[in-house]
Design a protein around this ligand. Structure first.
Ligand code: DC
Length: 221
């Protein structure tokens, strides 16, 4: 049976936490598409690449995921060398860069093509901004997660503090609002709820609440 679940929503709406749990429970491949765009931003920051150079570099870089005891890890491979960039892609510098790199048409074309090909061959749960609208418009299930900007910034802030980053809450909130604006207003594949996606406001819900809501839907309960 074909099972493709699209989960979209803004930064900090709980997409990745929830999608990972659903993937385990339903034995699906989990693809964090934001991590793929973050990998592109990482390449730009780390190797100081922009424009055509960046596009060429992304085209020649394999981005892939692998599970270990710590969870799902993100790797890039180019010039025969492999790097684990799981932690680096969450840095403040990469987070600040990612809206800029992810709005480049050629970058989106490359990444979208790869995502479509994964979804064509596997049962997946993919989270992102344009999964239900562009990447898997014919997904069996589509969800759109939302929460207030304040609540989303609070979640991000706690994650960052737990990772040992030295950051002010106000800065995280400002970044969340700025990324919302950029993600929703970019020309290509903006953050938008697909008409047939089910809206879930996670502001006052626990992770367990949202997981069981989605599981009940998918199991037809
Ligand atoms: O989900 P995230 O915060 O890790 O995503 C990082 C950025 O990548 C986000 O600001 C917008 C971009 N993105 C995108 O343009 N399309 C996707 N499908 C996923 C993420």
């Amino acid at each position: 049976m074909r099972l493709r679940i699209a989960v979209d929503g803004p930064a900090g709406s709980g997409k990745s936490t929830i999608s990972k749990i659903i993937a385990e429970k339903l034995n699906l491949i989990y693809i964090d598409t934001g991590a793929m765009y973050r990998a592109c931003a990482y390449i730009s920051v780390k190797y100081n690449k922009t424009g055509k150079d960046l596009i060429e570099c992304v085209e020649n870089t394999e981005i892939y995921f692998k599970k270990d005891v710590t969870g799902q890890r993100v790797f890039i491979k180019f010039d025969g060398e492999t790097f684990d960039i799981t932690e680096e892609i969450r840095s403040v510098a990469v987070t600040k860069k990612v809206s800029e790199t992810s709005k480049i048409k050629e970058i989106r074309d490359i990444i979208t093509r790869r995502q479509k090909s994964i979804a064509a061959d596997n049962n997946v749960i993919m989270d992102g901004r344009d999964i239900g609208t562009v990447v898997i418009p014919d997904a069996e299930y589509k969800f759109f997660l939302e929460a207030t900007p304040y609540e989303r910034a609070r979640r991000r802030y706690e994650e960052m503090v737990a990772r040992g980053e030295n950051i002010e809450f106000e800065e995280v909130l400002k970044d969340v609002k700025k990324r919302d604006f950029e993600d929703m207003n970019r020309e290509i594949a903006p953050l938008k709820r697909a008409e047939d996606a089910l809206l879930i406001d996670t502001t006052n819900k626990t992770i367990e609440d949202v997981v069981s809501f989605i599981l009940n839907r998918v199991k037809g309960l």
